[in-house]
Structure formats: structure tokens, C-alpha cells
Write a protein that binds this ligand. Structure first.
Ligand code: GRF
Length: 213
């Protein structure tokens, strides 16, 4: 009996986007991407997951999904008196080994300098737990809750944007979604609600970028 020839579709082969995902922690958004790709909701392949923290749970999620992982800590650079530019240049080199089409910052806690960004012009995508123009930086959820309690805002949200330069949590917005805040919220309950929104939003934003949806 003759085996059926393996027919590859060159068009879909060409379209599958190569993602490098940068994480620093839990990686629930990385998991959302892994699941979306597995269920064919996103035509992409995660070619590498890199973390600046060795104990980031997201690294275990990646390994479980059969994705290569890289650990790229800042401390050895600091200890050796090397600057952030050197760290960033090495990170870009490391990721470039995997030829990514897009670099996705999914909970990556370092600000990336132009030394890194110029390797991936308009191809770095960041996820931030606030609406465009509001609460940049690492304390967005707590700041939004405090602003709500002070009567300054009624809702917060999440956004996905391109990272063209060194400005923090700013850049062309690909997708954003509002998230309600309730009077009984704590930082934890609000963060959980934002995470639920982020998981769908990140997939939707990447689909838009990859497929022009
Ligand atoms: C997300 O809230 C993201 O917006 C922020 O860091 C968090 C990462 O969460 N930049 P996780 O590691 O994907 O669970």
C-alpha cells in the first residue's frame, strides 16, 4: 500500500506568524496565546518564551507546551558593571536566533531601550492593564483602584499597543477594552477581572496584527 503524499499548503505555511513572548511571572496571558494557537483561534507559532526571572511560572507553561525557553537575567550584567544597552542588545540577539515576526511583552517587567527596539521596528507588542493614556507603569491596577475610590474614574481597562520607542506603556493602540470597578474591589479582585479581559484582548489584538482582521 502506498502512503498518501504529504501536501503542505504553502500559503498557510507562509502566514503562520512566529511569536517571541517575553514574560516575568505567572504567564496567564502566555497561556491564553498557547491555548488560542492550539485551538486554531490564532494562526501563529510561539517560537521562544524568554524570561528575566528563573522562577517565572510562565516558563513551566511554555515547557509543558513544548516551546523553547530562555532565561535572560539582568543581575549578572549589573554585577559585571555592564549597562542596560548591553543587556538589551544581547536579548535582541537571543530572540533573533528564533527569527520572530512579532515580539510580545506579556507581563515583561523591564523597560526596553531603543537598542532592543530598533531590531524589531513596530513589531513589539505590549499588554498593559489600563486604558490608553491612563496609569502607565507597574502599579496601574492599584492606581486605578485608588482613583476610583477618590471618585476620579468610574472604570479602568486593558490595552494592547505597539512599542515604537522608549515611552512607557504608550504607542499605537491595537485593541483596548473597558473593565468595571466595583466599590467592594481590592487590588486582587480588580487585577483578576482585568486579567480575564486581557486574555481575550491579547489574542484578538494579535489576530488583528497577523491577519489584518
Ligand atoms: C498583565 O496584567 C499585563 O497587563 C501586565 O503584567 C500582567 C502579566 O500577567 N503587563 P500574566 O503573567 O500574563 O498572568
Amino acid at each position: 500500500m502506498r502512503a498518501e503524499p504529504c501536501i503542505l499548503n504553502p500559503v498557510s505555511e507562509l502566514m503562520t506568524a512566529r511569536l517571541a513572548v517575553l514574560i516575568s511571572g505567572n504567564g496567564s496571558n502566555l497561556q491564553a496565546l498557547i491555548d488560542a494557537i492550539r485551538y486554531r483561534a490564532l494562526d501563529a507559532e510561539i517560537v521562544v518564551v524568554a524570561s528575566n526571572r528563573k522562577d517565572a511560572f510562565g516558563l513551566q507553561r511554555a515547557t509543558k507546551a513544548g516551546i523553547p525557553t530562555r532565561y535572560h537575567p539582568l543581575k549578572p550584567y549589573r554585577d559585571a558593571g555592564k549597562d542596560r544597552q548591553t543587556y538589551d542588545a544581547d536579548l535582541a540577539r537571543l530572540l533573533n536566533e528564533y527569527r520572530p515576526d512579532w515580539v510580545v511583552l506579556a507581563g515583561w517587567m523591564h523597560i526596553l531601550s531603543d537598542v532592543f527596539l530598533r531590531h524589531f521596528p513596530y513589531r513589539v507588542v505590549n499588554l498593559h492593564p489600563a486604558l490608553p493614556g491612563q496609569f502607565p507603569g507597574a502599579n496601574a491596577v492599584a492606581e486605578a483602584l485608588a482613583a476610583f475610590q477618590a471618585g476620579a474614574i468610574k472604570k479602568t481597562g486593558a490595552m494592547v499597543h505597539l512599542v515604537p520607542d522608549e515611552e512607557v506603556d504608550a504607542g499605537p493602540v491595537i485593541a483596548s477594552e473597558e473593565v468595571p470597578i466595583y466599590p467592594h474591589d481590592t487590588v486582587e479582585t480588580l487585577a483578576n477581572r482585568i486579567h480575564q479581559t486581557e486574555h481575550g484582548l491579547l489574542v484578538q489584538a494579535l489576530r488583528r496584527l497577523i491577519e489584518g482582521d
